[in-house]
Design a protein around this ligand. Structure first.
Ligand code: SF4
Ligand code: SF4
Length: 188
């Protein structure tokens, strides 16, 4: 038996499904690259909940509005660290520029592998993954599934553009058939 610790926060995805589907503009990308919900604009439709490949966004029971980690948008706007990074006594949670954090995380993973933890791995650091890379990177000691993370997360809206193109093409064909049918009917 062993304990595996991890936080299950919003990953602040580069391609964020929650943001793609929100019909009210309640979810927006901040100037820091993070993804934030504005509670006063959210109408509680809930579209964002299944659009998150990590299952981290949810609706409040009381009023149905969506909520999730904002990476302390108010604090970082004032030049402060998010509260979790500020309070963590072991610096297990760190905050900074993403490129710098990627390098630091890779170094810690390599240290662990050299120390014999061959299953140590990073999660969310790959910009070519199904969400375009995450803004929250995790150093795991085992496979993502063991922590309850999807091993290969994909933003559900990745095919949205091609779906709309196919729908537009299908609508065009349908309109052509309808016009053809009317023209045939007038001749007969
Ligand atoms: S529940 Fe709120 S945040 Fe989520 S999609 Fe609907 S309006 Fe947007
Ligand atoms: S982890 Fe989920 S809630 Fe957070 S930005 Fe990505 S899709 Fe949105």
């Amino acid at each position: 038996m062993r304990w595996l610790m991890s936080s299950d926060v919003c990953k602040h995805c580069t391609h964020a499904g929650c943001l793609d589907v929100c019909p009210t503009g309640a979810i927006f990308r901040t100037e820091f690259g993070t993804v934030v919900v504005q509670e006063d604009i959210c109408n509680g439709c809930g579209y964002c909940v299944p659009a998150c490949p990590y299952g981290v966004i949810d609706r409040r029971e009381e009023d149905g509005r969506a909520f999730k980690c904002t990476l302390c948008y108010d604090r970082i706007g004032e030049g402060m660290k998010p509260a979790c990074a500020q309070a963590c006594p072991t610096e297990s949670i760190q905050f900074g520029e993403l490129d710098e954090l990627r390098v630091r995380a890779a170094g810690r993973r390599d240290q662990l592998v050299e120390a014999g933890v061959s299953s140590a791995q990073l999660y969310g650091e790959n910009p070519d993954d199904g969400v375009g890379g995450a803004g929250s990177i995790f150093l795991l000691l085992d496979a993502p599934e063991v922590y309850g993370f999807p091993p290969d997360p994909v933003v559900p809206t990745c095919n949205l553009v091609s779906m709309w193109k196919h729908a537009a093409a299908a609508a065009g064909v349908l309109a052509g058939i309808t016009v053809g049918a009317f023209a045939s009917a007038r001749r007969s």
